[in-house]
Ligand binder design. Structure first.
Ligand SMILES: [Cu+2]
Length: 377
């Protein structure tokens, strides 16, 4: 089923537009997914909802045709006079209940995934050719602790590629459910090889543990524009309005904005939404995000973009006369490009730079503090 999700998405992308082209003029169907959650949403739509809807529509159509042909005045001049049939009534109550259950169960799982911000964490250590034991601090709240093999992933990165190891075959684990978990290898990782240990209970459809957010993006809807804040980076503000006709192309008019927001690729982003005046909704189809922005309240969801590019969304709650003129433009870029952008925005806001752009940073929260966390024994 997981493989099927991926291949269906690929077929979808192939049918509905050139690879990675998010927007196809005149295109139908959903934009190609750019997150694990969006892939699951597409699977739910393409594999569960569409077949059910199609079968029900065809069945009702066939019943209609049958009744029109078989029970018209000419074909059936003397109708029988009964008004109840217990068996039929049980069937037409029971089957819709079953259909609703089939739809409801996977949708609850999806809702839960979108609602609960992931809390996975990783530690990174560098092999020295001798160390065989690596410690992972199991400092989650009691209900979220790493308790079994499925809550842990061990990856070896030799600089060229990343290899996900198999428990028992490649490494052993001691201390599930305890404060410290020890991952031990028979053969020490070679000098310079990076040992990445990921733990947590948030998993995506591919079985990978999803890391806790590395940043928060705050979106505030206004009649009729979006203000985005970056609270982790000095709380500067990006004010975006719809680009005018001569600022953009014919295809992108009403989707393009004057100031796009920027997020790093492959990292979990916490998104909080609110509004200044009336209810708006922040929607980004490629990430399958749609969340209301309500005055006086803060809503929270999250997304993790799989690949770089420019993505567009729109306000999705009727909010006044210019409701259809408040698009959202988002650029997904590499970590170094993101940090350079952050510093350029901080400069505009009169703040000192936060990042040393000469130093290459690693994605997914593997900041120095985390690396130091992985004690070597
Ligand atoms: Cu709006």
């Amino acid at each position: 089923m997981k493989k099927l999700t991926a291949s269906l998405t690929t077929i979808g992308a192939g049918l509905w537009g050139a690879a990675h082209a998010q927007l196809t003029p005149g295109g139908i169907g959903m934009q190609p997914a750019n997150s694990g959650v969006a892939e699951e949403v597409h699977f739910f739509h393409n594999v569960i909802l569409m077949p059910i809807i199609t079968v029900i529509s065809l069945f009702v159509l066939a019943l209609l045709i049958w009744i029109i042909l078989r029970y018209n005045k000419k074909a059936n001049p003397v109708p029988r006079k009964f008004s109840h049939n217990t068996l039929i009534e049980v069937i037409w109550t029971g089957i819709p209940i079953l259909i609703l259950l089939v739809i409801a169960l996977p949708s609850f799982e999806l809702l839960f995934k979108e609602d609960v911000t992931p809390d996975g964490k990783q530690v990174v250590a560098v092999g020295d050719g001798q160390t065989v034991n690596f410690v992972f601090d199991n400092d989650f709240p009691a209900r979220r602790m790493v308790e079994r093999g499925g809550h842990l992933q061990v990856i070896i990165d030799d600089g060229a590629e990343q290899r996900t190891l198999k428990r028992r075959a490649d490494y052993g684990v001691e201390g599930f459910g305890e404060a410290e978990i020890v991952v031990s290898f028979d053969q020490p990782p070679a000098p310079g090889e990076r040992v990445i240990i990921r733990g947590g209970r948030s998993k995506d459809s591919r079985g990978d543990i999803v890391m806790a957010p590395t940043m928060t993006l705050k979106a505030t809807g206004k009649q009729w524009s979006w203000v985005h804040n970056y609270p982790d980076f000095g709380d500067f503000e990006v004010f975006s309005q719809m680009a005018t006709e001569d600022q953009t192309t014919k295809e992108l008019y009403r989707l393009e904005v004057d100031n796009r927001i920027v997020v790093p690729v492959g990292e979990t982003i916490r998104l909080t939404t609110t509004a200044d005046d009336v209810i708006h909704a922040w929607a980004m189809p490629a990430f399958a995000v749609k969340i209301d922005a309500v005055p006086g309240r803060i809503n929270e969801t999250w997304f993790k973009a799989d690949r770089e590019g420019v993505f567009y969304g729109q306000c999705s709650e009727i909010c006044g006369v210019r409701h259809s003129f408040m698009p959202i433009g988002i650029e997904v870029v590499s970590r170094p490009a993101f940090e350079a952008w952050i510093d350029s925005q901080r400069e505009l806001a009169g703040m000192a730079p936060m990042f040393d752009t000469n130093e290459m940073k690693l994605a997914q929260g593997s900041v120095d503090a985390d690396a130091a966390d992985a004690e070597q024994e």
